[in-house]
Design a protein around this ligand. Sequence first.
Ligand code: SAM
Ligand code: SF4
Length: 496
Amino acid sequence: MENRITETLKILTDADKEACETVHITENEPVSQKKRLFIESYGCQMNFADSEIVASVMREAGFATTSEAENADLIFLNTCAIRDNAEQRVRTRLRQLNVLKKKRPGTLIGVLGCMAERLKAKLLEEEKMVDIVTGPDAYRDLPRLVEEAETGQKGVNVFLSREETYADISPIRLNSNGVTAFISIMRGCDNMCSFCVVPFTRGRERSRDPYSIVKEAQGLFNDGYKEVTLLGQNVDSYKWLGQPGISAVTEEHTENVSAQTQVNFAQLLEMVALVSPELRVRFSTSHPKDITDEVLYTMKKHDNICKYIHLPAQSGNSRVLEIMNRTYNREWYLERIDSIRRILGDDCGISQDMIAGFCTETEEEHQDSLSLLEYVKFDFGYMFAYSERPGTLAAKKFIDDIPADVKQRRLAEIIDLQQRISLERNQRLVGKVQKVLVEGTSKRSDEDFSGRNDQNKRVVFPRENFKVGDYVDVMITDCTAATLRGHAVVATEVLQ
Ligand code: SAM
Ligand code: SF4
């Protein structure tokens, strides 16, 4: 039974907002005589990265992107199915687009991504304005599906692949600040967390050829980018078993990889870090059962691998973790945290995902989630009320029995505590100098720049004569739970 609750996602930083709440839309490309494509992307960073693949595939088919749905010949919604409210948002948007389609009957509408994969052809019956339904592994087929739709036939391709990684497709960077970019290193997920729809919507886990990843990072760096984030549902289980191929990178890197036929995540991280000391490397998401000390030591070894780990906990109670099928318990999680602190120190940023009100969770078990937060002192977190997803193990095995108001109250308690801890963690940095990569103008004031420090915290400071893409040493003078504020310092001040 789908228990429709109003979920609350508390946003703690602007970076979080970008990752979870913002809907990304395409920008205008300055070309004429091409058909216009508008893509609106929902959900996680993987989806935003996928939209860049889609834009690339469609450019080959003669489409240029536009920022205005009203002027588009083709509209794609790249959707998320992780919680019910994500899907409801898309349904609302489809109704708005239906009005537009009535005014411009030639406009084609495609639903892509996880919601398309979950609902398949049923979506065409439920939402009559939709012409194309395409799952995450079928984007190469989009030009054909669009051609068919242009002749009035509805098109569906929700085939899930065991091989597709889109390794050979150069993504078109959408919504780019020209400084930071995402690189997908793997697709799908083989974990069967009982609450999660991802294994059903994104299929089996597969890792992308490391040479193509390093080549993409090198290309971005050559184009002026200063930070890449390696993306996967569970990056620590990245494993490439292919033969060494021809590397397009420097001799040093070729040597580094040619000796081995198997590349794990720690090795991949090092290969990307070696592209340039000026290129920051981040990654997401780590899984507590898989993150190894080898990864932590690789982070320590390279200054340009950011000291920040997103390590979803989901619950602080071992029984709940067991029925979530997370395959670790509280003690295991805390041991991993202790290892992070031992190897990377207290300053390493750590963030969490937490689910409130999972099936059968008692008040005492909820208290364990709160005490986990107290113990770890996470820098920030993404916190959710449990939303039952049809077809998942939890939906089949358990009753979604925690009343909506109890879920909301528990969620609010988790969020309040995390806010307090985030503020404490940020206050520790007041009076210290942080290296910030400038990403753009602050949303609040044109006079200020905004960027992130090593630990992924948003830092705002007066722009002076700096430019986007500069690394700036910023003395932190003030903070909230979400943002650090400060001013640039000259080298002598840094040394004091
Ligand atoms: N692969 C990552 C992992 O294992 O942590 C994250 C995947 S998921 C896109 C992001 C987060 O959504 C999860 O960590 C979990 O906290 C949350 N989530 C997933 N399914 C959910 C559900 N049914 N209800 C509420 N939150 C959910
Ligand atoms: Fe979902 Fe678990 Fe896979 Fe993350 S690891 S995507 S929560 S099944």
